[in-house]
Design a protein around this ligand. Sequence first.
Ligand code: DND
Ligand code: ATP
Ligand code: GLN
Length: 711
Amino acid sequence: MVHYVTVATCALNQWALDFQGNYERIRESIVQAKEGGARLRIGPELEIPGYGCQDHFLESDTTLHSWEVLARLLQDRSLDGVLIDTGMPVLHRNCRYNCRVVILDGKIVLIRPKMHLANDGNYRELRWFAGWARPASVEDFVLPRFIADITGQREVPFGDALINTEDSCIGIELCEELFTPQSPHIAMSLDGAEIILNSSGSHHELRKLRRRIELIREATLKCGGIYLYANQKGCDGDRVYYDGSAMVLANGEILAMGQQFSIGDVEVTLATVDLGGVRAFRAGMSSRSMQASRSEMSYPRVMAAISLSAQQAHFDFSVHPTRPMTASLHSPAEEISLGPACWLWDYLRRSSLGGFFLPLSGGIDSCATAVIVHSMCRLVVEACQRGDSQVLADVRRMCGEDSEYVPERAQDLAARIFCTSYMGTANSTSETRARARNLAAAIGSHHIDVDMDTVVSAIVGLFAFVTGQTPRYAVHGGTSAENLALQNIQARLRMLLSYLFAALVPWAMRGSSGKSLLVLGSANVDEALRGYFTKYDCSSADLNPIGSISKADLRGFIEYARDHMQLEVLGGFLDAVPSAELVPFSPGYVQSDEDEMGMTYNELGVYGRLRKIKKCGPYSMFAQLLHVWSQAQLTPRQIADKVKRFFFYYAVNRHKMTTLTPAYHAEAYSPDDNRFDLRQFLYNARWTWQFRQIDDAVTRLEKKDNIVIEE
Ligand SMILES: Nc1ncnc2c1ncn2[C@@H]1O[C@H](COP(=O)(O)OP(=O)(O)OC[C@H]2O[C@@H]([n+]3cccc(C(=O)O)c3)[C@H](O)[C@@H]2O)[C@@H](O)[C@H]1O
Ligand SMILES: Nc1ncnc2c1ncn2[C@@H]1O[C@H](COP(=O)(O)OP(=O)(O)OP(=O)(O)O)[C@@H](O)[C@H]1O
Ligand SMILES: NC(=O)CC[C@H](N)C(=O)O
């Protein structure tokens, strides 16, 4: 017997602590859900204060204001007729919990605290919340008086319960609970929950969406049932980007899926699902029925006086079930073009500044950053052309334009909000200068081509005047200290000039209406790991969209952009040898990144993954690479030398991570010191003990002793 129910799941662009904006987006999503015929609406995890409040969760204000927003939702009679699942922190018996609050027609049905908290990578939930440790049990929660006055309830159930509606049964699991081995949906579905709600605060990482889909598909294939996944979207004030992708699955099939990357504020994904299909699927699986009948987990049930399906005496042919679909997932190159672009847009509009300034070198890194800004302009123009009122309002405010202005092309918008600058010295080449100019012309940025030798000579001249010593480059007979200092002053002065230009170019062009720009930096993840950049140059921009993306992935992205964004000019960047162009030209010597680093970008990618993802120190990295690289005809000694060289440079340069430009988090091997990769920044770079173990192993391998290396 078919039994159709329309459900809504949301991706909302919440902003930590923006209670007013968050409330408006939540309300708008409920209105849209209702208009779409849904009687059940779920929103993202902690959607009332925003997921990323971090230590603000420790402040009682955050909980208080969350109750105040909930009060508004409870008082709003226009929201009646929808079972609303929203999220906020709740203090119960002096413990703070990360909760779902389920409300219906101005009353609270259930408060469900999160049980299994997310606490690795960027997540720190245990710092702010307790995990609810009583599965399948509820307690009375005494409501704050101003809420009790609105709902007429004094106490409401708090804990792990199922919700009975008039026609179905709903279970709730929160984000990380799906990722755990004993996910609550298993026991809940065995106990009869037909619809599982999952509200998430899950940020983007390249290729991560596949994992979410696999987990939900697996869950509903094994257990049967309907699964609603909601997620936050956008930049809520930090380095991560929440990548939406709200979805509805039933019995292992995807029925509906929202966008992973988009710049709108409110996205509601609707699906009409068949409860009858769930019952048939489950009852047809004998092994599941046997497990269900023996299941010892019996959940308390709370009643929500609503029928999710229309109460029809007869079958209604006008209701159409949502057909299964195939998810079309972005390639990593597309993810790079879209995720950081959306993040930059949110950050820019929320910062109230006028655009971006980028030092554009003609090399691949700053090129990738420029193309990401171009991608952002394309997304913004598309949204404007679609008539997205929020995006139009943001664009007009940012550009100082009137209410008629609608950008026609990405290049038109870039001309107003994106300034690039080639800052040449005597060491620059005409090739890089031309590449920068051509790229700027293709993407439409306002481009400034300057030479800054006078500034460099002024500073070096001052040093010579004070000390009586004039430093020389190595090719002119200088020491390596002189050589480095002369390079670093060029790099640092670029950053200094960038801040000056970012502050004043808009003023010079448009007078008092010109708002200053945010400075973009472009060090990639491999350079950061190796420390191959100048402290307080690339480390010190306002934002870095490519800071956790590897050189190899950036090249893939540039190839993709060349082919899909009609940017033929990018071919020249792919062919060029990466070079810093900080030393004078000398016959027979070309300054090349990989030569100077003593390792290739590909090798750095390998080290980065082993260090962070596989949790390898020097010894276990050596042991793992023995298996991999011996097939590439490298001897144990060569492998040992490579590993030791990497760990030496990593160690001496780790201090640079403390000042790293805040970067978009894209990869699980990011070395970002501030949030993701917590390590000391003063190391003994000799690694005496560790390297000795490696050397001993090499000696034994060379003697062909039958040794066992503990990995
Ligand atoms: N343990 C420690 N704890 C805290 N701070 C420490 C420190 N050791 C040095 N420092 C500080 O760090 C400074 C050294 O770092 P830094 O000034 O970056 O200088 P440094 O790392 O010596 O040189 C910059 C590196 O970046 C390379 N590079 C390549 C390509 C492009 C660019 C570019 O910029 O475009 C740069 C360049 O070839 C060189 O290898 C020291 O002078 C000292 O102030
Ligand atoms: N001539 C230049 N003009 C403007 N900015 C520059 C110039 N040279 C370097 N920069 C800035 O300094 C950053 C670091 O330089 P670096 O040489 O490491 O990177 P890149 O030139 O972008 O790429 P690649 O590493 O492929 O050469 C650049 O990304 C760019 O933002
Ligand atoms: N907020 C959460 O619980 C998120 C944790 C989960 N592992 C994710 O990355 O999606």
